[in-house]
Write a protein that binds this ligand. Structure first.
Ligand code: ADP
Ligand code: ADP
Length: 230
């Protein structure tokens, strides 16, 4: 099965805004796909529906071969916990929990016990082995996002969704964090779907889907920052 399939997905918000208009797309396994387009184009809505965080008004969504879009809330949560990881712009770490507690939270929510060897590998790869007892507020922005990346990967999900993951970081840190995310997802054989308004970030993807007014208006293979900025 493909990593993500959307079939004619429409999302109309209460009040009548049509954020997605019959969007169909397939993301192949182990691909890195960027979703770009102007503010209000529907990028976040697309990610929310594809990741099972929100439900389309009509159409179907499949993640890793399993239908996620039309399922009831309890089952959708279950599918999400097993197959999907998330990285957000604002890190979304729990301030009262330590770094290691944040990283292992999705496992514990899924009723699973962290494997020590896997956890050590992961925290070393994100460079946080020396920060495990810190609270998020004691970390730099880059470190917080690296903790959030480890949290997204800890369940070994098939698909990782990232919504503007580098937008809150300075240029250099953003490049490092995105490079790390891309490398790890590649190493672990996962699929990465990233929403961004940054052409330089999108240029690191294999494919850029250009969204405008709730529709995919272009699909650019091996995108370049200059090409996307035009
Ligand atoms: P993007 O991520 O590309 O900026 P969004 O998916 O956030 O676009 O928004 C697409 C459209 O849907 C916009 O017109 C936005 O105002 C609207 N929208 C987004 N979220 C909601 C919501 N929860 N309720 C109503 N309208 C919304
Ligand atoms: P609850 O049932 O306790 O409300 P949720 O399913 O809403 O739990 O998840 C709580 C938090 O954990 C949310 O911020 C959600 O985005 C995050 N989360 C849930 N599943 C995962 C996952 N597989 N990977 C990363 N974060 C997750």
């Amino acid at each position: 099965a493909a990593a993500v399939v959307l079939e004619r997905v429409t999302k109309v918000y209460p009040g009548g805004v049509r954020a997605l208009d019959e969007v169909s797309l397939t993301v192949e396994r182990e691909a890195f796909v960027a979703v770009v387009g102007p503010s209000g184009a529907g990028k976040s809505t697309l990610m929310q529906c594809a990741a099972g965080l929100d439900v389309p008004t009509s159409g179907r969504v499949f993640v890793d071969g399993v239908e996620i879009g039309g399922l009831d809330e309890v089952w959708r949560t279950e599918v999400r916990r097993q197959r999907v990881g998330f990285v957000f712009q604002a890190y979304n770490l729990v301030p009262s929990l330590s770094v290691v507690e944040n990283i292992t939270l999705p496992l514990r929510l899924a009723g699973r016990v962290p494997d020590r060897a896997w956890l050590r590998t992961l925290v070393e790869r994100v460079g946080l082995a020396g920060r495990l007892g810190y609270r998020p507020g004691e970390l730099s922005g880059g470190e917080q996002q690296r903790a959030a990346i480890a949290r997204a990967l800890v369940t070994r999900p098939a698909v990782v969704f990232a919504d503007e993951p580098t937008a809150a970081l300075d240029l250099r840190t953003a490049q490092d964090v995105l490079g790390l995310l891309r490398d790890l997802v590649g190493e672990f054989g996962q699929t990465l779907v990233m929403v961004t308004h940054d052409p330089a970030a999108a240029a690191r993807a294999d494919l850029a889907l250009v969204l405008a007014d709730g529709r995919i208006v272009d699909a650019v293979e091996s995108p370049t920052a200059v090409g996307l900025a035009q």
